[in-house]
Write a protein that binds this ligand. Structure first.
Ligand SMILES: Cc1ncc(COP(=O)(O)O)c(C=O)c1O
Ligand SMILES: [Zn+2]
Length: 428
């Protein structure tokens, strides 16, 4: 376990005590609201050998670099997700080294388990009694599952438009789900609960949003450690993420920074934000530190990343890493969701497919060179929001009960071949 010294502003570096996690940085408020991140005892980053083969598996393989000990952790077997090589999808966009980190394999089928694991473990350690989260789905489902495992009460504030399966999932874990009429109504109620009742927020809980709980964000560092280790300690040229508040963007970047300090790796990746309404991209073009609240001129299919305003923490990482932000539309996301499923056998949420559509554009524009290594973060399973995908699919073919009639129909529909197989082989 790493010793926490306190918190530090992402933007100005001002220091705050370790229990100041439910605040932003007051010093930065006049310019841009900014999140805080954990600061550790410098001994944590003294150079040391890479983890040994028997150091354990999953997220806790890197437990020495996390703010909770493995013994105190509320764990459901998170992390350790596969890194798949996209040979066929890569061929479509001329990339020889395109990979996908498959976060659909986590306990609640999304990358948010890394955040919830660290946030809820920290909450339990600090003696919190109630976990509170605002969520369009994945963050709430993860918070609810880990709260259940910790034996803590969980209240989730959500809003109209949340996917049915995710609502069911949150409630299945025993969380109380409150549906707000408008997205912004959540903040007042949550801030009240955090300030007046001492509930522990794992997610943003006031607006404008600065990001999620700093203890939770530490869970995302393990994405960077795992990717580097899976690539034999090579750092990819590009990491491309579907981004809403940029918690994973910041967490992964911090993981790559740790590995440089530890002497495990020797360079940093470029970080790309795939977003829906373009707030980070607009701030990049503008050049300042404030994030504009964009006009919502259409309804995105990617509800999980549907915020109209980005965060400073996301902007900062994209800028510092020499990356970029791309606004991804519905048609591209749905097309890439289908390509990934059909060509690579992976069914991801529409929001996750934003990290593929962005790569296509960067590859076709020549910004990503054909031989560069690119990792797309596949944040959640397609079964989180199946209705959006089903709406794109053709009707099923009803087959009659009569055998002869069924064969005739299947043959006429070209599902069965016209000819029986030859002695040597099979028919396609
Ligand atoms: C499936 C999915 N992808 C991406 C994101 C964006 O994550 P972040 O807020 O860390 O940018 C979220 C949640 O916000 C999500 O649920
Ligand atoms: Zn500050």
């Amino acid at each position: 376990m790493a010793q926490v010294r306190g918190l530090q502003c992402v933007r100005c570096g001002a220091s705050y005590p370790a229990d100041h996690y439910a605040r932003d940085c007051p010093a930065c408020r006049p310019v841009a609201r900014s999140n805080l991140m954990l600061a550790y005892d410098p001994a944590m980053l003294a150079p040391r050998p890479r983890p040994a083969a028997d150091a354990g598996s999953g997220l806790w393989r890197y437990g020495d670099l996390l703010p909770v000990s493995a013994a105190e952790a509320v764990s459901l077997g998170e992390g350790g997700s596969p890194l798949h090589r996209f040979d066929r999808a890569g061929g479509l966009v001329g990339l020889a080294n395109w990979l996908g980190k498959d976060e659909t394999r986590n306990p609640t089928w999304s990358f948010k388990d890394r955040l919830a694991c660290l946030a809820v473990s920290s909450a339990k350690r600090m003696g919190a009694r109630v976990i509170v989260s605002s969520s369009s789905g994945n963050a709430g489902a993860a918070a609810a599952a880990y709260a259940a495992k910790a034996g803590l009460r969980c209240v989730i504030f959500t809003f109209k438009g949340t996917s049915g399966p995710m609502l069911t999932q949150m409630r299945a874990y025993g969380a109380t789900v409150v549906a707000c009429e408008n997205k912004d109504d959540r903040w007042k109620l949550m801030e009240h609960a955090v300030r007046h009742y001492g509930w522990f927020p794992t997610s943003p809980f006031f607006g404008p949003v600065v990001g999620s709980n700093p203890y939770g964000i530490e869970g995302y560092k393990t994405l960077a450690y795992e990717i580097a280790e899976q690539l034999q300690w090579m750092v990819p040229d590009w990491c491309v993420l579907p981004v809403c508040y940029g918690d994973a963007l910041l967490g992964m970047w911090r993981g790559f920074e740790d590995m440089m300090a530890l002497g495990w790796t020797d360079r940093m990746p470029r970080m790309v934000a795939a977003e829906t309404y373009g707030s980070i991209g607009a701030a990049l073009a503008e050049g300042g530190d404030a994030l504009p609240d964009m006009r919502k001129n259409y309804e995105t299919v990617a509800v999980s990343i549907g915020a109209t305003r980005g965060t400073y923490q996301a902007l900062d990482i994209v800028r510092r890493s020499g990356g970029t932000a791309l606004t991804v539309g519905n048609a591209e996301m749905m097309r890439w969701q289908q390509i990934l499923a059909e060509q690579e056998g992976l069914f991801v949420e529409p929001a996750s497919a934003a990290s593929l559509a962005a790569v296509e554009r960067l590859a076709l524009d020549g910004r990503i060179a054909p031989s560069q290594t690119v990792v797309s973060l596949l944040t959640a399973s397609g079964l989180k929001d199946p209705a959006t995908t089903a709406a794109q699919q053709q009707d099923l073919l009803p087959v009659p009960a009569n055998f002869e009639a069924a064969v005739a129909l299947l043959t006429a529909s070209k599902i069965f071949p016209d000819q029986p197989r030859t002695a040597q082989g099979t028919c396609a």
